[in-house]
Design a protein around this ligand. Structure first.
Ligand code: PGA
Length: 264
């Protein structure tokens, strides 16, 4: 388990620039108060669209404690890759971390583990923090193959990491597809059990450096279920979609996490 607690928002394809700036500003103005009760280190951030990064940036580090994230990053450094945005471009825009392998990119844009693995290695090579998403579809959960599905994604998506990548810059996010945007949350026990499976595999594969990675949960996290989830143990924070679009509900999740003592 990591001593750091992450609360990250994924704004997806939402918020035009004015709305992004307003949302970022409202979160920044309430963040110190929301984080105050925390006994451990809290890292809070959000991922606007590429085109709203500049609008949100004045409200992020170093002006506030908030990390600026991107929702994707090209697998290549630069070149003839029409439509892609690379790690150096993101860094220039003030981005510190990037979400990779989100289930929407895997399902809707046919991103496979091999492509995700290249993106992960490239982003880490360029000094970005990576939030790698993995998670099973409903069919796998119902068939009882959820653990093998997630471990297979993890193994494929981390196939290009190097030993030097296994530091705090590699963060994992377990997001069961059936819980994303559905209002159906994994139970605290389901989330905790999967996090233990992931951590066990990381230890077997990469040793202590692998086992120490932060593992976040994502899927219909709201202010009213965040405390219960984080209190279950082995959950190092959240990747939040829908509830991160509203500053009050996002800050409510930060506050719930800050007020809950995580079991050691
Ligand atoms: P959700 O999305 O919180 O709206 O379920 C989570 C995610 O896609 O990261």
């Amino acid at each position: 388990m990591s001593p750091i607690t992450w609360i990250l928002g994924n704004w997806k394809q939402n918020h035009l620039q004015d709305a992004a700036a307003g949302c970022a500003k409202a979160i920044a103005s309430g963040i110190s108060d929301a984080m105050a009760p925390s006994q451990s280190e809290l890292r809070v951030g959000f991922a606007p669209s590429y085109l709203s990064l500049a609008a949100a940036r004045p409200h992020c580090r170093p002006q506030s404690p908030i990390w600026l994230l991107a929702q994707d990053c090209a697998a290549q450094e630069s070149g003839a890759f029409t439509g892609e945005v690379g790690a150096l471009m993101l860094k220039e825009a003030g981005v510190e971390a990037v979400i990779l392998g989100h289930s929407e990119r895997r399902a809707l844009f046919a991103e496979g583990d091999a492509l995700v693995a290249s993106k992960v290695a490239n982003a880490l090579d360029h000094g970005l923090t990576v939030v790698l998403c993995i998670g099973e579809a409903l069919e796998a959960r119902e068939a009882g193959t959820h653990e093998t599905t997630v471990i297979s994604q993890l193994s494929g998506s981390l196939s290009k990491v190097k030993p030097e990548h296994l530091d705090a810059r590699l963060v994992l996010a377990y997001e069961p597809v059936w819980a994303i945007g559905t209002g159906r949350t994994a139970s605290p026990e389901q989330a905790r059990d999967m996090h233990r499976t992931i951590r066990g595999w990381m230890r077997d594969k990469f040793g202590a450096a692998g086992a120490d990675r932060s593992i976040l949960y994502g899927g219909s996290v709201k202010p009213n279920n965040a405390g219960e989830l984080i209190g279950a143990g082995d959950i190092d924070g959240f990747l939040v979609g829908g509830a991160s679009l509203d500053p009050d509900s996002f800050l409510g999740i930060v506050r719930a996490a800050a007020q809950t003592t995580r079991p050691s």
